[in-house]
Design a protein around this ligand. Structure first.
Ligand code: MG
Length: 276
C-alpha cells in the first residue's frame, strides 16, 4: 500500500479511517489493565463516589507522615469492658489460647477473633504491633484490621517501611478513606488506635445516617468523623448491603503475625449480654 493513499480520498475510505480512529480513542479511554501483583494499587477499579480516585487507586497521594509522640497507651477507665488484658480470650469467640505470647495476642496463632458481645456505637482502645520483619507474604506484612459490626474495617498493616495504596495503609477506612496523616511507628513497635465508631441508622430499608469513624493513631487524629460508604469491600465500592446496626468487634487474621494487647471498649449504646 502506497503512502499516497493516505488520507483516503473516497467517502468510504474516510469513514473507515474515522472508525479506526474512534476505536483507538475508545481503547485509550478505557481503564488500563489491572496491576494487581505489586500491592501498590489498581487502575481498573471503580471510582469512589464524590471523589476523583478509584478504589485502591495507585495514583492516590499518600498522606503526609507525622512522627507521633511517645503516647497513646491509655489504661481502661472504670466503665470500660476489658476485652484483653494479657491473660485470656474469654471475651472472644473461638481463638486458640496458645496464641497468647508474652501477654499479647499473636493473631497468626489464635486465628481471627470476634467479641462474644455485640456492640453498636462504641469507643475502642486497641494496641497492636506489626512484625519487625516481613513474614510469610511480604505484601501482607502486618496486615490485619479491626472491624466494627464485624464488617466495617479500620485497616492495620505495617505502614512505616511497607508501601501499599493510600486507602490501604494503617489508619485507613479500608478501601475508602486514607488517614489524614501517616502516624506509624517503626515495625515491631507498639502502636495504638483510639476509635469512636457510630453505627449506621436505618428507617426500615432506608439509610438515614451512615456509620462514622473518628480515629486517633498513636494519639494523632487520622479520621475526623469520616462517613463510611458501607461494610468493607476489596476492589469494589462499598454500599449499605447490610442493615445491621450491632455486631462484634473483630480482629482480622490476614497471614501475618500481628500482635495485640490492652484492648478495651466503652459501649455508647446498650449492649447485649455476654453469650456463653
Ligand atoms: Mg486488613
Amino acid at each position: 500500500m502506497s503512502l499516497s493513499r493516505f488520507p483516503p480520498r473516497s467517502i468510504a475510505g474516510r469513514l473507515r479511517c474515522g472508525a479506526v480512529g474512534a476505536l483507538a480513542l475508545a481503547l485509550w479511554l478505557l481503564p488500563q489493565p489491572a496491576i494487581c501483583d505489586d500491592g501498590l494499587g489498581y487502575t481498573d477499579t471503580p471510582l469512589l463516589p464524590n471523589s476523583p480516585w478509584r478504589v485502591h487507586d495507585r495514583q492516590r497521594p499518600q498522606p503526609p507522615t507525622v512522627t507521633p509522640g511517645d503516647n497513646g497507651f491509655a489504661t481502661p477507665p472504670a466503665d470500660a469492658i476489658v476485652l484483653f488484658d494479657g491473660k485470656d480470650l474469654s471475651q472472644w469467640q473461638g481463638g486458640d489460647p496458645k496464641g497468647i505470647e508474652h501477654a499479647a495476642i499473636n493473631i497468626l496463632k489464635t486465628g481471627e477473633l470476634s467479641t462474644k458481645r455485640h456492640f453498636s456505637d462504641c469507643q475502642l482502645h486497641v494496641e497492636w504491633a506489626a512484625p519487625e520483619k516481613p513474614d510469610n507474604d511480604a505484601m501482607n506484612w502486618g496486615n490485619s484490621g479491626v472491624s466494627f459490626l464485624g464488617r466495617y474495617e479500620l485497616q492495620i498493616i505495617e505502614s512505616h517501611d511497607h508501601k501499599i495504596y493510600a486507602d490501604g495503609i494503617a489508619g485507613a477506612v479500608y478501601g475508602q478513606t486514607p488517614p489524614l496523616v501517616n502516624a506509624s511507628r517503626k515495625p515491631g513497635q507498639w502502636e495504638s488506635y483510639d476509635v469512636v465508631f457510630t453505627a449506621p441508622r436505618f428507617d426500615g430499608q432506608r439509610l438515614i445516617k451512615p456509620a462514622y469513624f473518628t480515629v486517633f493513631w498513636n494519639g494523632v487524629l487520622v479520621q475526623d468523623h469520616t462517613a463510611s460508604l458501607g461494610p468493607t469491600k476489596h476492589r469494589l465500592v462499598a454500599t449499605y448491603d447490610s442493615r445491621e446496626t450491632t455486631g462484634p468487634i473483630t480482629l482480622q487474621y490476614h497471614h501475618s503475625a500481628v500482635r495485640f494487647r490492652n484492648i478495651w471498649v466503652r459501649a455508647l449504646q446498650p449492649t447485649a449480654p455476654l453469650q456463653h
